[in-house]
Design a protein around this ligand. Structure first.
Ligand SMILES: *Cc1c(COP(=O)(O)O)cnc(C)c1O
Length: 399
């Protein structure tokens, strides 16, 4: 079993933070390595291929580590394809999804000879075919099917329902088959799915397996050889317990696919994990600028805001918030919950939604206290913006 309990901050790290300008992203590369090893070991057991979903975090140091652990890359833009190859990912391990691939991006990926395009519409198939023909190339294609499986995650991050923009709906498959037969510069490799993100209920993946089995039967019945089953990503992490449940249960996750997918001889099973590989390895470190005690509310105004971590504001996401400066004192003096206050922890940005969380239980906090917002390794730094002409935030690394 993988070690689950990994503590991110000790007194030395906190002392070091005192010297630094805030805000910054703190990357614990030790946690990253342990997570990558756990995932790779669990996948290798069944010969599964894992592509890292680069959009979760494309910090160069993070990418280098992931590449060094032998992961492939899952890209959703031409620039991600380019960055993957520049970071040493094998071009034959690069997959490229996206509902709106531009001609420029498709051409870039064709020139790079990537492993596979995950095509998201019938029209896209014809466009990739035309562009490949102009280059006298054959493009490998997986059909991204929208399986209408409910991911039971936040509705802002579901992608596999009929009402979502992603993928090709099941009733359009006859048109897909026609297109594939007509397009001589496309090589059909297999089928691709991605039903959403932060999925913690393994039953959801069982339902996905059932749907994948039906879909591969459909293609086989229509005369196609399905070489690749790509199940996408979406495995969740424990945002509530970053220290005691630091690494997602990769073993159970891959076992579901081993047990419930009808894997044919010679078939490859591919995965595209983003969040589960990187989320727990970073925290956003900030300082309290002001404490505002109101009649109904106490506010902690931080020097970090939605410009550094937009997940709470964008999709009501939960992040643990800790006062690092009071942490050791609270622990040593054994002062209990009774001393805790409730604060709305907010950023400095001129938007009312710039709030990390309301009614957060924290020890009494003061100007200058260091605040950690945990589980900020995925969809955090990559979504940073310069809104309000904010400084670009630095990243600090630790082994
Ligand atoms: C974002 C994305 C992923 C990764 O999702 P996570 O929830 O971070 O694992 C995988 N595949 C595709 C096509 C994606 O868009």
């Amino acid at each position: 079993m993988t070690e689950k309990r990994i503590i991110m901050f000790n007194t030395n790290t906190i002392d070091k933070f005192q010297q630094l300008d805030t805000p910054f992203y703190y990357y614990d590369l030790g946690i990253l390595d342990k997570t990558l090893t756990a995932c790779k070991t669990a996948a290798d057991k069944y010969g599964f291929h894992v592509h890292y979903a680069m959009k979760a975090n494309f910090n160069p140091k993070v990418l280098d580590r992931i590449q060094a652990h032998g992961f492939g890359a899952d890209c959703v833009s031409g620039n991600e394809v380019k960055a993957a190859i520049e970071h040493g990912f094998d071009k034959k391990s690069v997959v490229f999804a996206g509902v709106g691939k531009s001609d420029k991006e498709i051409n870039l990926a064709l020139d790079a000879d990537i492993f596979c395009f995950n095509a998201e519409s019938v029209q896209e198939l014809f466009i990739i075919n035309d562009l490949a023909k102009a280059k006298d190339k054959v493009a490998n294609i997986a059909i991204r099917i929208n399986p209408n499986v409910d991911a039971h995650t936040h509705h802002f991050i579901t992608t596999g329902l009929d009402e979502n923009k992603f993928g090709i709906n099941i009733w359009q498959l006859p048109d897909v088959a026609d297109a594939l037969r007509k397009c001589s510069n496309l090589q059909f490799l297999g089928i691709h799915f991605h039903i959403g993100s932060q999925i913690t209920d393994m039953e959801v993946y069982k339902s996905l397996c059932t749907r994948i089995n039906e879909m591969q039967d459909w293609f086989t019945d229509h005369g196609f050889t399905v070489k690749v089953l790509n199940t996408g990503g979406g495995l969740g992490v424990d945002y509530h317990n970053p220290d005691t449940n630091s690494i997602s249960d990769f073993e159970s996750y891959f076992k579901v696919f081993k047990d419930f997918l009808a894997i044919k001889p010679g078939q490859e099973v591919h995965f595209e994990l983003g969040r589960a590989l990187v989320a727990q390895s970073a925290a956003l470190i900030s300082r309290v600028l002001y404490v505002k005690n109101g009649l109904k509310k106490n506010f902690l105004v931080l020097d970090a805001g939605m410009t550094e971590l937009i997940r709470p504001m964008l999709y009501q996401a939960y992040h643990e918030i800790e006062n690092l400066s009071r942490k050791s004192k609270v622990q040593s003096s054994k002062s209990d919950q009774a001393h805790d206050l409730k604060y709305d922890v907010v950023g400095p940005i001129c938007e009312s939604t710039d709030c990390f969380r309301k009614d957060v239980d924290l020890p009494e906090s003061f100007r200058g206290d260091l605040i950690a917002i945990r589980t900020a390794g995925a969809y955090a730094e990559v979504m940073a913006s310069g809104y309000n002409l904010r400084d670009k935030v630095q990243s600090i690394y630790s082994e």
